[in-house]
Ligand binder design. Structure first.
Ligand code: 4NP
Length: 164
């Protein structure tokens, strides 16, 4: 099992979107049984909430159904997950600080490390912006997740079943 965790601040916009897109793509490829996928936030702000209605509506327009209950990142996630992808540098830094003995650094990534267009930058936070921001974020996360999945397929020598 390959355990993948997407992390943002509130766990109601960017990381549940990344989780939803990733889950959709592995199902399309018939490889969903190989993965455990989850998302969380570094803050407590929205614990227990479903994703932001604007994120849900935008994802739906793009063919992705989101269903996730927000939860906060915890240290047990270091052991439970193999790939921990932060949506931005600020949240990456929070995760890094929790890993006081630097045992798990090899598991940490920035989502946009995998963005073929703009490497290493933040996925912008759409929470305080306008509707246009949500489609912009969708496109960034979609292409970053695509290339992350290609990376995993090579790294783990995954053979696609061709279910779709
Ligand atoms: P997210 O967006 O980190 O992508 O889920 C945010 C959601 C809520 C807040 C900030 C960012 N907030 O400040 O409540």
């Amino acid at each position: 099992m390959i355990n993948v965790l997407f992390v943002c601040l509130g766990n109601i916009c960017r990381s549940p979107l990344a989780e939803g897109i990733f889950s959709h793509k592995i199902k399309e490829r018939g490889i969903e049984n190989l993965f455990n996928v989850d998302s969380c936030g570094t803050s407590q702000y929205h614990i227990g909430e479903q994703p932001d209605p604007r994120t849900v509506a935008n994802a739906k327009e793009n063919g992705i159904i989101l269903d996730h209950e927000a939860r906060q990142f915890s240290k047990v996630d270091f052991k439970a997950f193999d790939y921990i992808l932060a949506m931005d540098k600020a949240n990456y830094d929070v995760i890094e600080r929790h890993d006081q003995n630097q045992h798990y650094t090899d598991k940490f990534y920035l989502m946009r490390d995998f963005d073929p267009d703009f490497k290493g930058e933040d996925v912008p936070d759409p929470y305080f912006g306008g509707e246009a921001g949500f489609q912009h974020v969708f496109e960034i996360v979609d292409r970053s997740v695509d290339s992350f999945l290609e990376f995993l397929i090579k790294e783990h020598d995954i053979k696609e079943s061709g279910a779709n």
